[in-house]
Design a protein around this ligand. Structure first.
Ligand code: B4P
Length: 191
């Protein structure tokens, strides 16, 4: 089993690159952002709770997101590996994920961390907001709040995996194919 984390600030290309990576490597894509948006669309109690946080650009509470990932792992017993996109986003989520994967004897192989400048992130997210219908992409102050949450709570997750020598920084600017090739080079070294 090959488990990989695609990491980076909001708008760094995690969702975009995940689509291409799962197609090439046959991994199961687990995006907490997508899972949460699907709960919101279905107006489940979890979705209603999550929406309050997401609309403000804040992270959804750890216990909600960890529970969601735990069920997703249980629901995919035959996956040949998982690509975690947008998860873990806090140190507590990283520790919980390691415990869940320990049970499967399939630890994280590598964290690929996309590096993109703040101006580029804001430009990309506002552009997506023109067509995505995502309320968290249309308002620049919500986008800035998401980036602040990333610096305050999420950036430390890379330090957590660095202690196990599992982090590779990848330049996240350039064309989508250029970035994809950089990511594949790193995966192929470890797979
Ligand atoms: P996510 O859905 O994870 O949203 P994101 O960080 O904005 O997405 P991503 O980084 O994948 O976007 P991409 O660059 O691909 O999270 C949304 C919210 O959900 C969070 O704010 C939080 O509230 C909540 N949440 C999710 N997970 C959570 C967790 N674990 N714990 C707590 N809360 C959680 O795309 C951005 C745009 O850039 C696209 O339009 C794309 O076309 C464009 N783009 C991509 N690559 C490009 C390139 N090379 N050049 C130009 N444009 C590019």
């Amino acid at each position: 089993m090959f488990n990989l984390i695609l990491f980076g600030p909001p708008g760094s290309g995690k969702g975009t690159q995940s689509e291409k990576l799962i197609a090439k490597y046959g991994l199961k894509h687990l995006s907490t952002g997508d899972l949460l948006r699907s709960e919101i669309r279905e107006q489940t109690p979890l979705g209603k709770e999550a929406q309050n946080f997401m609309d403000k650009g804040q992270l959804v509470p750890d216990e909600v997101v960890i529970g969601m990932i735990s069920s997703a792992l249980d629901n995919n017993p035959n996956a040949k590996g998982f690509l975690f996109d947008g998860f873990p986003r806090t140190a507590a989520q990283a520790e919980a994920l390691d415990k869940l994967l320990e049970l499967k004897e399939a630890p994280i192989a590598v964290m690929l961390a996309l590096e993109v400048s703040e101006e580029e992130l804001i430009k990309r997210l506002l552009k997506r907001g023109e067509t995505s219908g995502r309320s968290d992409d249309t308002n620049e102050s919500v986008i800035r709040a998401r980036i602040t949450e990333y610096h305050n709570k999420t950036a430390v997750v890379a330090d957590y995996y660095k202690q196990f020598d599992k982090v590779e920084m990848v330049k996240g600017e350039g064309t989508i194919d250029e970035i994809f090739n950089r990511l594949c080079t790193e995966i192929d070294k470890r797979a």
